[in-house]
Design a protein around this ligand. Structure first.
Ligand code: NAD
Ligand code: TYD
Length: 347
């Protein structure tokens, strides 16, 4: 079985690739990634010699290349993660998000349809999406699989659009698909533009911790390897034409999360208690900032028996340890273009 995973050199993708390559030696896993600023082959160093793993550098928006690739390898399934993924970048450059997330997804869907539309038996297009498509919750309530889409940022609008196209290919061409919408992930290999790895890196370097607005925005955090396991389960056991919400049952306001992170980092770095908290700096809010995300993951728990394996404090500690150990990785990804991004975003 030839399976294409897109975006496998990124944060979540690298954990999904590892999950599949190591657990299913009889599958041939092809990892297609354009290696943008967020893609990093260092994330997959341990798999380089694996017999059932191939890396392909390429762009999902390149229609000719994608069609040729699909004809050549006849992928029976696609697990699609490649995307532009950072909300702040989408505010500065929305068209890049439409191109990769909408057009790129359509190019893949079309190539898959052209290959299999006469015989969908045993085929599956698995689309990895986000809870941000549902918009923002007030103080109460949870996102379920039937919550209406209501995206607020260019990022979430582009992901919502891609979800709609996947569904449309299912309805129009009978393409077997599964979509999962997951909450905020954290863990090793997370690019330090997102809250947790950015703040870990800044604490290490004694730099200010830029908390947007009043810091009372709430996210539901899930350890990345638990997301990879959920994708594995839903890919193998999920029902065609279904959506599964994946979440951590783990809501934190940004400011309480940051304070916990500061405390753990002071312990790890053997700095006096309160040192890292002293770096907290409230800055201008993000435009269109969603107040609260929280997932009701009852369906995947009940139907597929999935549950998060780690408590947040445990996962956070493993994550901090990983960043403190992998200083070369952190140094490499924060040199060059990262410095320009940082200046533009935070000055
Ligand atoms: P990421 O930014 O770390 O990785 C994205 C990967 O896609 C990178 O390796 C990049 O090189 C690749 N890529 C980008 N454009 C490409 C293109 N045109 N062609 C081929 N490859 C391209 O993202 P992530 O956080 O790992 O997210 C992966 C997926 O999961 C995304 O679809 C995202 O929307 C979704 N998701 C993320 C989260 C989260 O908390 N990070 C939560 C839910 C869902
Ligand atoms: P982020 O990690 O960008 O994920 P998302 O916006 O997709 O949820 O941000 C998580 C939360 O942290 C969000 O409410 C925005 C906030 N945040 C800050 O306060 N400061 C920062 O520097 C960043 C990157 C995020």
């Amino acid at each position: 079985m030839n399976i294409l995973i897109t975006g496998g050199a990124g944060f979540i993708g690298s954990h999904v690739v590892r999950q599949f390559v190591t657990k299913y030696p009889n599958y041939n896993i092809f990892n297609l990634d354009a290696l943008t600023y967020a893609g990093n082959l260092e994330n997959l160093k341990d798999l380089e010699q694996a017999q059932n793993y191939v890396f392909i550098k390429g762009d999902i928006t390149d229609e000719k290349f994608i069609n040729k690739l699909f004809k050549g390898h006849r992928f029976s399934s696609v697990i699609h993660l490649a995307a532009e993924s950072h909300v702040d970048r989408s505010i500065k450059d929305p068209l890049a998000f439409a191109k990769t997330n909408v057009l790129g997804t359509m190019v893949l869907l079309n190539a898959f349809k052209n290959l299999w539309q006469d015989n969908w038996q045993g085929k599956r297009f698995y689309h990895v999406s986000t809870d941000e498509v549902y918009g923002s919750l007030g103080k109460t309530g949870l996102f379920t699989e039937t919550t209406a889409y209501d995206p607020n940022s260019p990022y979430s609008a582009s992901k919502a659009s891609s979800d709609h196209f996947v569904r449309a290919y299912g309805e129009t061409y009978g393409m077997p698909y599964v979509i999962s919408n997951c909450s905020n992930n954290y863990g090793p290999n997370h690019f330090p533009e997102k809250l947790i790895p950015l703040f870990i890196n800044n604490i290490i370097n004694n730099k200010p911790l830029p908390v947007y607005g009043n810091g009372l925005f709430t996210r539901d955090w899930l350890y990345v390897k638990d997301h990879a396991v959920a994708i594995d389960l839903a890919f193998h056991k999920g029902k065609n034409h279904e959506t599964y919400n994946i979440g951590g049952f783990n809501e934190w306001t940004n400011i309480s999360l940051v304070k916990l992170l500061c405390k753990l980092m002071d312990d790890k770095l053997q700095r006096p208690t309160g040192t890292s908290e002293g770096l907290i700096t409230y800055v201008k809010d993000r435009p269109g900032h969603d107040l609260r995300y929280a997932i009701d993951a009852t369906k995947i728990r009940k139907d597929l028996g999935w549950e998060p394996s780690l408590k947040f404090e445990e996962g956070l500690e493993i994550t901090i340890d990983w960043y403190l150990k992998n200083t070369e990785w952190l140094k490499n990804v924060t040199s060059g273009a990262y410095q320009q991004y940082y200046k533009k975003q935070y000055n």
